[in-house]
Design a protein around this ligand. Structure first.
Ligand SMILES: C[S@@+](CC[C@H](N)C(=O)[O-])C[C@H]1O[C@@H](n2cnc3c(N)ncnc32)[C@H](O)[C@@H]1O
Length: 233
């Protein structure tokens, strides 16, 4: 059986802890839930998507993996199909941060019951981290993945007591940490250094061309690159 997993989808699964029911919202092909059940990380899973056509692909992958008894397909907007279920883990990947936040904010009754929430926005990861901080979630793992020259941040959250202490930092403001990722910084993530170097150089070119309004952003990415350089190099 061939299931076309990518480095990005594999990295999402690497952050997933054992769970009872995984729901993959904006699932499309359903590969994350199918492989999570195949690998024994999730006991059962839900592929949820707004549209019927992607869910048809998910159905084909479920059939290919012979998992029709453990992975189901539900059509609907965001987390709405999960209201009557009892998922303990949710993944939302491959869509914008703004959409992720809109979908999560619409169903606090679902997010409250989760032990894990893994989010991989294609843009605006700062919006996702800021929403989670305000929602009382704690960041427990972060990864940056590079796939064909594009960088994808992945954040894993869990329920926490009080405000996430990772955002109390002597060197960085809360807004800066939402942009950069407190754990990516703390762990000197190598892929994050490559991503931030790309940002720094892109903005540096704009500043050199006279776009002085981009100087503060350029300064932030420059500081981030300095912070991520491996110790001793
Ligand atoms: C680019 S695909 C991402 C697929 C997969 N999650 C991944 O990371 O590879 C985006 C999917 O989100 C679905 N989608 C968009 N808006 C949605 C919404 N409001 N609720 C549920 N699914 C949505 C689309 O139908 C599409 O299948």
């Amino acid at each position: 059986m061939h299931l076309p997993m990518s480095a990005r989808l594999d990295a999402i699964l690497s952050l997933l802890l054992p769970c009872r029911e995984l729901a993959d919202v904006c699932s499309d092909h359903g590969l994350v839930p199918v492989v999570a059940v195949l690998r024994g990380i999730a006991q059962r899973a839900v592929c949820a998507d707004l549209r019927a056509a992607p869910l048809e692909v998910a159905r084909q992958n479920i059939a290919r993996a012979a998992l029709a008894d453990r992975v189901i397909v539900l059509q609907g907007d965001g987390l709405a199909p999960l209201v009557t279920r009892n998922a303990d883990a949710v993944v939302i990947a491959g869509v914008s941060g703004a959409l992720i936040v809109r979908l999560l904010a619409a169903h606090p009754e679902v997010t409250r019951g989760l032990t894990q929430l893994i989010l991989q926005p294609n843009q605006d990861v700062d919006v996702v981290r800021a929403w989670a901080l305000d929602a009382g979630l704690h960041l427990c793992a972060e990864r940056m993945v590079e796939e064909r020259g594009t960088f994808f941040p992945i954040c894993s959250f869990r329920q926490g007591e009080g405000r996430d202490p990772l955002y109390e930092h002597p060197d960085w403001s809360v807004r800066e940490l939402c942009v950069l990722g407190p754990l990516l910084i703390a762990q000197r993530d190598a892929a994050a250094l490559r991503a931030y170097t790309q940002q720094r150089d892109r903005l540096g070119k704009l500043v050199a061309k006279g776009f002085t309004a981009r100087e503060p952003e350029h300064a932030l990415w420059s500081r981030a690159c300095e912070a991520l350089v491996p110790v001793g190099s």
